[in-house]
Design a protein around this ligand. Structure first.
Ligand code: PHE
Length: 473
């Protein structure tokens, strides 16, 4: 007999867990850096428009599909399409995507953990040194030690299940993260010259909006809200039938965007005030690892005013904050394939977890080796005019390319297969007057028309750019 599906204990529990998934390295590190390299205020403006106009309807639809079916993405697409194998394939993509995102996200989380420990034991200067980052990411001892710690933590949270694991971790880590973030912002804003950074960040210069700002803002918004990955379908499947989905989705989007915005208030003024000689253009390399080279330098620059000890303490708080955010995100990423094995393959939670952690772990190990330790993985292939490592291949495909595609498929599915009146029916549970709201009309109109068109255009342009080195706009 099937055990009854687990549920979040309350609406707040769900919102915190979904926000815990959404708030991650993308918000605290990715967003400020993208904003810095894409014209500050101009990027912020585009980002805000995309969140409201495109991401919110997609988010609502994902949550509704999950709650309606109480299933993982494969089960959900299957249940709503009369077990049509084409749509189940789309669901499978919604399970594979988070799994592969999990692989590169694990690599980043491992680096953050190493940074945290290094800053705590007084090695901030080493992190910021010319070779620090390269030595760390190529040192098997550090990497495997950190990986064991991360795998243990994520595995333990997931083993405890939805309420005792995922929800409880979010309830502890999210408020802690928020407090640390606010404290750091207050601190940064009281420093000299912080205002130059604030101005760059908050006053949009419309002339800076170009295709890379638009593409960057869109990819960032999708990733940051954990969309296109089956995560909100899976988490949606654990919400009670009484909860108001549209209201919850709004709160999750607001929380996620606020954290990204506030992280920008910390990082941009810090860049400008501590390191005026660092040109934001130095950040223009698209490589993620650039960010890791750059962060310790910001903190080390604090030592001239505050001394080495305090600078290290502040860096430690920052890395702890990012680490918390990363863990709750990683947990959500891994829960999707775990839910798939539990629902579809009738595995126990323990067995599903072992399968996912072992296969994911092997791929993550191979990816960490692709930064120079193993030649064959470091120069795995080449496309778009450059040599690519295993990490690059996974990142290019599953961060930049597949997310908009999954979003596009979801919009088409809801509008033309599941049908909007069914979506409405689901959204009215917990919010009986939903269909009369402006949001309801907007969701209806946008999901079947311009949202998929925009996602298609972005998908085509991204494929052309990454794989063929050619951008249409
Ligand atoms: N949204 C998270 C972030 O901003 C990352 C994430 C991606 C989480 C995919 C879950 C799924 O870092």
């Amino acid at each position: 007999m099937n055990t009854p599906r687990e549920h979040f204990s309350s609406k707040l529990g769900f919102i915190l867990a979904a926000a815990g998934s959404a708030v991650g390295i993308g918000n605290i590190v990715g967003f400020p850096v993208s904003a810095a390299k894409n014209g500050g205020g101009a990027f912020l403006l585009m980002y805000a428009i995309f969140v409201v106009a495109i991401c919110l309807p997609v988010m609502i639809a994902e949550m509704a599909i999950g709650r309606k079916t109480e299933k993982n993405p494969v089960g959900a697409y299957g249940a709503l399409s009369g077990n049509d194998s084409k749509w189940k394939l789309a669901g499978l993509l919604g399970v594979i995507t988070p799994f592969m995102v999990g692989v590169f996200y694990t690599v980043l989380t491992i680096w953050i953990f190493i940074y945290l420990v290094a800053a705590m034991v007084g090695n901030l200067d080493y992190l910021a040194s010319a070779n620090g980052f390269n030595e760390i990411i190529n040192s098997p001892g550090y990497l495997f030690g950190a990986m064991a710690a991360v795998a243990f933590l994520v595995g333990a949270i997931l083993k405890l299940g939805v309420q005792d694991g995922i929800e409880r971790a979010a309830k502890i880590m999210m408020p802690a993260l928020f407090v640390m973030l606010i404290a750091l912002v207050i601190f940064v804003l009281t420093l000299d010259n912080a205002m130059a950074g604030l101005e760059f960040y908050l006053i949009p210069d419309i002339s800076k909006i170009n295709s890379s700002v638009v593409n960057g803002a869109m990819a960032q918004a999708f990733f940051s809200l954990s969309l296109g990955m089956g995560i909100l379908i899976t988490y949606g499947s654990y919400i009670s039938k009484k909860a108001d989905i549209a209201g919850s989705a709004k709160l999750v989007a607001i929380t996620d965007t606020s954290v990204a915005f506030i992280a920008g208030l910390m990082v941009l003024p810090a860049i400008f005030s501590f390191n005026p000689e660092i040109d934001p253009n130095e950040l223009s390399s698209s490589s993620v690892s650039m960010i890791f080279l750059f962060l310790p330098k910001i903190f080390l620059a604090l030592q001239t005013t505050l001394g080495y000890f305090l600078a290290s303490a502040i860096a430690s708080v920052f890395f702890l904050l990012v680490f918390f955010a990363a863990i709750t995100s990683l947990v959500s990423i891994m829960e999707v394939p775990v839910a798939y094995f539990i629902d579809e393959k009738k595995n126990s939670r323990g067995k599903a977890l072992r399968t996912v952690l072992t296969t994911g772990g092997i791929l993550a190990v191979l990816s960490t080796l692709s930064f120079g330790l193993v030649d064959g993985l470091t120069s795995l292939t080449s496309y778009g005019g450059g040599s690519k490592s295993l990490f690059d291949v996974i990142y290019d495909m599953f961060y930049d390319t597949i997310l908009p595609l999954n979003g596009l498929i979801l919009c088409l599915f809801v509008s033309y297969r599941w049908k909007k009146h069914n979506l409405h029916k689901e959204l009215e549970q917990g919010n009986p007057t939903f269909s009369e709201t402006f949001l309801a009309k907007y969701v209806d109109l946008s999901l079947g028309t311009f949202v998929p068109v925009i996602l298609l255009v972005i998908f085509i342009n991204t494929v052309a750019k990454i794989y063929f080195g050619h951008s249409f706009f």
